[in-house]
Design a protein around this ligand. Structure first.
Ligand code: WT7
Length: 636
């Protein structure tokens, strides 16, 4: 039953947990109205489901077969089809009436603004495509990109794909060493970067980091430099070219390279459990199908939305939901280069109000940071344009969920807690706007996805019990391989549990089939034989009014095997006393029961995090136990 009374959108379940129902307005607007029916239909024939989704795109030549499993797990989608991801994101809009619509709204921390219509973006991309061709870049070559969140990064990514080259975007917060390793692994021929960017008013000198990295990369012939902040930089006249000079005299029309649906579109490096990053490969055809179908259905797109994903283009979230997804859907994407609390803690809400953002897709870490400043900040702003909210990157603790729902969504915007990975390319476990929501649950698998929770041997575990989150079928935007390392592809994803895709996450399912993601397997503690996710313990800590963020690790314990050590960031102005420690311990005990045994609490100002905002418990653990630190290249 779906309740649609605007005033009463919640229901308290017998477990004491609340369910949040869509408002009348959401129901009326929804692209998918019958949630369970749609799931059921897709499940009965996922290939048919994806084949229908593929019809939303332009194909130079249609496929012979939707899914080819002969070389599994090297699956192939839409075999023999011809297409191009960039063509689907841009060219077809020039012909279909979106020509003069806004494609990109860009703003930076200092308040500079730029807007591109689809046609303007198309012209810039074509010029860049021609310029790259002029350098001899061709189908299959790799182009490294190390740029801030500026329009030129989108232009460069699209231009690479248009000519069939692969991009390898390296997040602009990475160090020179990390950039060097990624360029080397991909054997990239050129690097596209920028002079620098601003961060909290400080100038970040990207070019000198790029210079340092390229010093040791023999494959890089040219470095293209976008002028962004106008900082004084060293310029190597023989090697470096300004972005504007590079594209200046180029034609604004360029031929699209027709690609096989299975031709690689890009490589994107992601950290794994070892120190060497993995180059995840995504392709032109299936990736486009998965990303377009999910963005349309998860965020209820009709075609006229202003969509803001606060991630960085350097991550898969940015690839799929700042650039390719919104552009394929023909809507307007917002790019913001800056931090959320400059000049004041309402920068995010200001942008939402100013551009009348309809969909705000962000991360729990940002929500928690905003919570710390208080609800007064979002309350200052009219955000009536907002229809749907989104969260991604880590489990969202119910407190952050509720705060987001109440103070940002004003109790009427459903929150899409989307679980997915660099490797999956698209949202995998997520509600749709019409689904009844539970704060902290990513809901159910997207239509066409069959997920399960299993034990080591691959046997399904009963509801309420934790286990490995696996995907039992194939989906079009799945990782195809690890660049130059098919063995690692097999080992990481297909040899952990037989016959299924291994996500590396632990989760449980409740009686209603809702998935509750607990975190990575490597972040799971075993306390007196009980399995307990660090994310769960952290959520329990931050459910206390004085705790804003928590990082917990397992430390050895003679009797219980492992117990918890917690690092807590307190709300501004709160004193870290021993009494508070006792209260926090009680809070966790109250939420999780006596299994969550806390040995120690330490109050800290900062937690070590990856660039994408995930707490690096590994680093906490290494420091605590005096172990070697391992790879910290993705640390801030
Ligand atoms: C890992 C993937 C693809 C999005 C950005 C991160 C965790 C991601 C959620 C969520 C709980 C989540 C998982 C996953 N994760 N989204 N909604 N709820 N956990 O991409 O760096 O490839 O990380 O992020 O642990 O395996 P990524």
């Amino acid at each position: 039953m779906v309740k649609s009374n605007q005033r009463d959108l919640t229901e308290v379940l017998s477990s004491g947990q609340k369910k949040y129902f869509p408002s009348k307005k959401v129901l009326k607007n929804a692209v998918v109205k019958d949630y369970e029916g749609t799931l059921k239909k897709a499940k009965s024939n996922p290939e048919k489901f994806w084949e229908e989704a593929a019809e939303d795109l332009h194909w130079f030549k249609k496929w012979d077969k939707v899914l080819d499993k002969r070389k599994k797990p090297f699956y192939k989608w839409f075999t023999k089809a011809k297409c191009n991801l960039a063509y689907n994101a841009l060219d077809r809009h020039i012909q279909n009436g979106n020509k003069n619509k806004l494609a990109i709204i860009w703003e930076d921390e200092t308040g500079r603004k730029k807007k591109y219509t689809y046609y303007q973006l198309y012209e810039e991309v074509n010029k860049m495509a021609n310029a790259l061709r002029g350098l001899g870049i061709k189908k299959g070559d790799r182009v490294a990109i190390y740029m801030p969140n500026i329009p030129e990064i989108a232009i460069t990514m699209l231009a690479c794909l248009k000519i069939g080259a692969m991009h390898s975007v390296v997040y602009a917060g990475f160090s020179a060493g990390a950039l060097r390793d990624r360029i080397k692994d991909a054997r990239a021929k050129i690097l596209v970067t920028a002079d620098g960017s601003f961060r909290r008013g400080k100038v970040i000198d990207l070019k000198s980091i790029a210079d340092e990295a390229v010093k040791q990369c023999k494959t890089i012939k040219k470095v293209i430099v976008a002028k962004n902040n106008g900082a004084k930089i060293k310029f190597n006249k023989r090697r470096d070219i300004w972005f504007n000079d590079f594209i200046k005299n180029q034609s604004a029309e360029a031929k699209t390279q027709e690609m096989d649906a299975e031709d690689p579109a890009f490589v994107l490096y992601t950290s794994g459990t070892t120190s060497k990053p993995k180059g995840v490969i995504h392709v032109h055809g299936g990736y486009a199908v998965g990303v377009l179908r999910t963005i349309k259905w998860v965020f209820d797109l009709k075609g006229d939305e202003i969509f803001w994903c606060t991630a960085d283009p350097g991550w898969i979230t940015g690839h799929s939901y700042i650039i390719y997804g919104p552009l394929m859907a023909g809507i307007t994407t917002v790019m913001y280069e800056g931090v959320p609390d400059v000049p004041t803690p309402d920068r995010i809400w200001k942008i939402v109000e100013k551009y009348k953002v309809n969909v705000l897709y962000t991360a729990p870490t940002l929500i928690r940071a905003m919570m710390r400043y208080g609800f007064e900040w979002p309350q200052k702003h009219k955000m009536a344009s907002l229809r749907i909210l989104g969260s991604v990157g880590e489990p969202i603790n119910p407190e952050a969920w509720k705060w987001f729902y109440k103070y940002v969504g004003k109790n009427h915007c459903p929150i899409m807690d989307t679980w997915w990975q660099t490797e999956t390319g698209m949202n995998m476990i997520t509600p749709l706007p019409v689904a009844p929501l539970k704060a902290g649950s990513a809901c159910k698998p997207f239509p066409g996805i069959i997920a399960d929770i299993v034990g080591k041997e691959g046997k399904k575990v009963p509801a309420g019990k934790g286990g490995y989150l696996v995907i039992k079928n194939q989906w079009p935007s799945m990782i195809r391989t690890i660049f130059n390392n098919p063995k690692r592809y097999l080992k990481t994803y297909w040899e952990q549990v037989k016959g299924v895709y291994f996500t590396g996450d632990v989760a449980y399912r409740d009686k209603e089939g809702y998935f509750w993601i607990q975190g990575r397997t490597d972040d799971v503690l075993k306390i007196a034989g009980h399995r307990i996710g660090t994310a769960e313990v952290e959520s329990a800590f931050v459910s206390h009014k004085d705790a804003v963020e928590a990082g917990v690790i397992g430390v050895p314990d003679e009797i219980r095997g492992e117990v918890i050590k917690a690092f807590i960031i307190l709300k501004k102005g709160v004193k870290g006393t021993d009494t508070l420690k006792i209260k926090l311990k009680k809070q966790v005990r109250k939420t999780l029961g006596p299994v969550a045994v806390i040995k120690d609490i330490e109050f800290v100002e900062k937690l070590p995090k990856t660039r994408s905002g995930k707490i690096m418990r590994r680093v906490l653990k290494a420091k605590e136990l005096n172990l070697p630190l391992g790879d910290t290249s993705s640390l801030i």
